[in-house]
Design a protein around this ligand. Structure first.
Ligand SMILES: O=c1ccn([C@H]2C[C@H](O)[C@@H](COP(=O)(O)OP(=O)(O)OP(=O)(O)O)O2)c(=O)[nH]1
Ligand SMILES: [Mg+2]
Length: 147
């Protein structure tokens, strides 16, 4: 399934490729940086992409890290998956954090993350006085498989 997402390029995004699938079977659309920036070890930086989007109502975009950057340089997205709301009209930013030992140079035009559009399921909470019992009950946080 494919949804159309309207994209508005900002002046500093001029000349950059649009987010795109690297292969026919890719789940994420690679998105490139619109800026040159160095991220020092332990630092975070909201990387500019140079565009804004209007996602159709009922959908979101998830911003996910690229495993290559994570494996080779310790560069990841601390808020993964980042959430782009359908009513957001600001610049799409990719928050990166450098978990590696070296400064990491982001070059303009370099692929920094991948965008995965997803359907949103809405819910509402109904407050009740009691819940049904289950075998698991209150067990969590590694409770299974232990005595
Ligand atoms: O990786 C991200 C995450 C968010 N955003 C933008 C789009 C999103 O719609 C908005 C708000 O994001 P979120 O709801 O995750 O942040 P919040 O801390 O809850 O802020 P807000 O109070 O603005 O919702 O920020 C990005 O550009 N990149
Ligand atoms: Mg929010």
């Amino acid at each position: 399934m494919t949804i159309a997402i309207r994209l508005n390029r900002l002046p500093h995004g001029e000349g950059l490729p649009l987010p795109a699938y690297a292969t026919p079977g890719a789940a994420g659309m690679d998105v490139v940086s619109a800026e040159d920036v160095t991220i020092e070890p332990g630092e975070r930086h909201p990387v500019a992409t140079g565009f804004r989007v209007a996602i159709p109502e009922g959908y979101e975009i998830q911003v996910r890290p690229r495993s290559g950057l994570a494996f080779k340089h310790g560069i990841t997205v601390p808020n993964t998956p980042g959430t782009i709301d359908s009513d957001y009209r600001g610049e799409l930013k990719v928050l990166l954090i450098n978990h590696g030992p070296d400064p990491f140079e982001v070059k303009r035009g370099e692929r920094v993350a991948q965008l995965v559009p997803a359907a949103v399921t809405l819910a509402s909470f109904e407050e009740v006085d009691a819940l049904d019992d289950t075998d698991r009950g209150h067990g969590g946080f590694g409770s299974t498989g232990t005595k």
